[in-house]
Structures are given as structure tokens and as C-alpha cells.
Ligand binder design. Structure first.
Ligand code: CAA
Length: 382
């Protein structure tokens, strides 16, 4: 079983991220959300680069901070407690863009891209989802055709987080449609590549200061040396990347729930009705107890998945369970937090309203919770 006593290094980084989250991220979170200020989030990512956070769980040799997945999860808790938009942009950069390039990239690709990503000079994105390929990633319609020293990519991607300001996008397209999942390949696409067009910025219920774009690729020329892994390895790259990404989203769900719970707890101790604080009314005290217990369960599942990844043990099922439970917890706890605050919780005077809106997407992206159930049931019924 994993050790729940964190090391001095893990605790030191957690406290550093907590301090950054409270001092730099929390104060503008509501205003950024209101204004859908995606560039302010990009600027915060740059500041996180200066603190060494943009390469947190990667080796120092490549410009990373050399921390483990447990530390990455702890950082995710702290950031998402105050702003899930920043948490989302960060998680996509670290898990969905940083990991596949580092793990599947050649030494040359690592030196060219990973080092710049880990310092925060480059921000990353992940181009998997398409209008006809949401939960069914294998239904990709995008194509990549070899042409001399290049691949020519065509097709449409949607809901791509960070895309508009990303310096590199891990892009997936079919190199051989007849081979199904074995016909998908992955590419590293640089900002400014001719034929790479951002045609829409989504307007959303939550995480409103992150950016999600539609991407139209029109005869987009990608150099052959930017193929990531081997031709036909794209689906495996996407699935293994998402396994790790789900730890990031589990940390996000847990963090959002922690933020909402802490706010509701403080409010319930201060708000007096019927002559005593509402926390002293059993109906509210029991609600707080349920919230707290659910968060602890989400935290443990998240840390277990992170620990298994650190130990190089199989962790797909654990990541799916953590993602599912933590994000369902985020939705339940933020809804309860709004309820504890009552009418005032429904206004923008308090962050729980934003947290409840933000929680919803965590049950949907990086594999809906229905897909997580598919992954978990597949493992237990094998
Ligand atoms: N690791 C390694 N290999 C895997 C794998 C994994 N986790 N999952 C599947 N594979 C392999 C299988 O072993 C199989 O290999 P073989 O053919 O050699 O046996 C192959 O991939 C095909 O597997 P399946 O038949 O299970 O594939 P499928 O088409 O039925 O799909 C799925 C499986 C789990 C439903 C998958 O499509 C999936 O995860 N869908 C959800 C997509 C998703 O999470 N999208 C998120 C987009 S990113 C995002 O949201 C970012 C953001 O903005 C924040």
C-alpha cells in the first residue's frame, strides 16, 4: 500500500503551489471567468514556468523539476481549489502534451520540444477529439498522407484546450483508414504551421477562462521528423496519454471539491440562523460530513493511481476509478456547497457558483464518466 506520509520534498512543493495559488491565482479567478480572459490564464502558465511547475513531474535533465506523480497530484489539488480553468490548462500541458512527447519522442524531439515545454517557454495542447470522434476516438476522420519529406494533414478537430496559444500540439490523424485503431498516427505540430487554422473559440458553462478551439487543418504540412512514435501507434499513444491525464483530472475534481467544501465550512460556522451558526444545525453538519468523507475517498483514489504510476505498475483502471469518483465528487460537493450557502451561494458574490459550473466538465472531458465505467468494467470482467 502506498505511504500517505508525504516526503519533505512533496510537502515543500505542495506548499509552494498553495502559496502561488492563493497569492497569484485566486484573486483574479472570478474576474477572469467573467471576462472569459483566456490570455490571463496563459500568462499565469508562464509564471508557473518561472517556478518550475510546467515540467513538474519530468526529469531535471530535460528541464523538469524531477518530482513524482504524487507531487503532481498534490499540486493539482492546490491549483484547482482556487481556479479550475488554470488547473485545466495546466493539466493538458503536463499530461496530454508533455507526456506523449517525452515518453514516445526521439531524443532529438525531447531536446527540441520537451525542454522548452518543461521550462514553460512552450505551452502544449492535445488534438484528439473530432466532431465525429468524441468518446469513440477511433472514428477519426482526419487524414495524414505522406508526401516526400512531409505528411499532409486534413480534417477538423474540436474542443482542443490551449490550442489558440499553444506552441506545440500533439495531433492525431489516420495514416491508414483500413487498419482502424492501428491506422492512427501522432504528430508534433508547431504553432504557425501553414494550414493550421483556429476557426472557433467555444463559449462554455464553466472553466470559462480556458480556451477550447475548433481546428481546421487544410493541407497542413508536417515534417516527417515530427511523426511521434511509429506510424500506426497513434491510438496507443492517445490511450496511454489519457491514462495519465485522468490522474490530472482526478486531482482537478478533488481540488474543486476541496475548495468548495472549505468555503462552505467557513460560511456555515459564521452564518447564524435560528439563533446559532447553521453548522450547528444537524442537517448542515451532516451535509458537511458527507462532503468531507467523499473528498477523502477521492483524494485516496487519486493518490493511489499516482502512486501506481510512480511505481511503474499498471494504473489504467485506478486512473479511471479516480477520475470517475473524484469528478462525481466535485459535482456533488459543489452542488452541496451552493446549497449550504443558500440563495447567496447562487450569486456571483461567492466562488461556489463558479466551482459548481466548473465541476460539470470534469465528468465529461478526458473520457466521460460513462467511458470510465467502460474501462473499469472491462478490467474487472476480463
Ligand atoms: N493503454 C494501452 N492500450 C490501450 C488502452 C490503454 N489504456 N486502451 C485501449 N488500448 C488498446 C487495446 O488494447 C487495443 O489494442 P489491440 O487492438 O492490440 O488489442 C486497442 O487499443 C483498441 O482498443 P479498444 O478496442 O478497447 O478501443 P475502442 O475503440 O473500443 O475504444 C475507449 C476504447 C476506452 C472507449 C477509448 O476510445 C476512449 O478512451 N475514449 C474516450 C476518449 C477520451 O478520453 N477523449 C478525451 C479527449 S482529450 C480531452 O478531453 C482534453 C481536454 O480538453 C481537457
Amino acid at each position: 500500500m502506498f505511504n500517505l506520509k508525504f516526503s519533505d520534498d512533496q510537502e515543500k512543493i505542495r506548499l509552494m503551489v498553495k502559496d502561488f495559488a492563493e497569492q497569484e491565482v485566486a484573486p483574479g479567478a472570478a474576474a477572469r471567468d467573467d471576462a472569459e480572459d483566456i490570455f490571463a490564464v496563459r500568462d499565469l502558465l508562464k509564471k508557473m514556468g518561472e517556478l518550475g511547475l510546467m515540467g513538474l513531474p519530468y526529469p531535471q535533465e530535460y528541464g523538469g523539476a524531477g518530482a513524482d506523480q504524487i507531487t503532481y497530484a498534490l499540486a493539482g489539488f492546490e491549483l484547482n481549489k482556487v481556479d479550475a480553468s488554470v488547473g485545466c490548462a495546466y493539466s493538458v500541458h503536463i499530461s496530454l502534451a508533455g507526456w506523449p512527447i517525452f515518453h514516445y519522442g526521439t531524443e532529438e524531439q525531447r531536446r527540441k520540444y520537451s525542454t522548452k515545454m518543461f521550462s514553460g517557454e512552450y505551452i502544449g495542447a492535445f488534438g484528439l477529439t473530432e466532431p465525429c470522434a468524441g468518446s469513440d476516438s477511433a472514428a477519426s476522420q482526419c487524414t495524414a498522407v505522406p508526401d516526400g519529406d512531409y505528411y499532409i494533414l486534413n480534417g477538423t478537430k474540436c474542443f482542443i484546450t490551449n490550442a489558440e496559444f499553444a506552441d506545440v500540439i500533439v495531433m492525431f490523424a489516420m495514416t491508414d483508414k483500413s487498419k482502424g485503431t492501428k491506422g492512427i498516427s501522432a504528430f508534433i505540430v508547431e504553432k504557425g504551421t501553414p494550414g493550421l487554422n483556429f476557426t472557433k473559440r467555444e463559449r462554455k458553462m464553466g472553466i470559462r477562462s480556458t480556451v477550447q478551439n475548433v481546428i481546421e487543418m487544410q493541407d497542413m504540412k508536417v515534417p516527417r521528423e515530427n511523426l511521434l512514435g511509429k506510424e500506426g501507434e497513434g491510438f496507443k499513444i492517445a490511450m496511454t496519454t489519457l491514462d495519465g491525464g485522468r490522474i490530472g483530472i482526478a486531482a482537478q475534481g478533488t481540488g474543486i471539491a476541496m475548495g468548495a467544501y472549505e468555503y462552505a465550512l467557513k460560511y456555515a460556522k459564521e452564518r447564524v440562523q435560528f439563533g446559532k451558526p447553521i453548522a450547528a444545525q444537524q442537517v448542515i453538519a451532516f451535509k458537511l460530513a458527507d462532503m468531507y468523507a467523499k473528498i477523502e475517498a477521492a483524494k485516496l483514489l487519486t493518490l493511489q493511481a499516482a502512486w501506481k504510476k510512480d511505481q511503474h505498475m499498471p494504473f489504467s483502471t485506478e486512473a479511471a476509478m479516480a477520475k470517475m469518483v473524484a469528478t462525481d465528487t466535485a459535482m456533488a460537493v459543489t452542488t452541496d456547497a451552493v446549497q449550504v450557502l443558500g440563495g447567496t451561494g447562487f450569486t456571483r458574490e461567492h466562488p461556489v457558483e463558479r466551482m459548481m459550473r466548473d465541476a460539470k466538465i470534469t465528468q465529461i472531458y478526458e473520457g466521460t464518466n460513462e467511458i470510465q465505467r467502460l474501462v473499469i468494467s472491462g478490467a474487472i470482467l476480463r
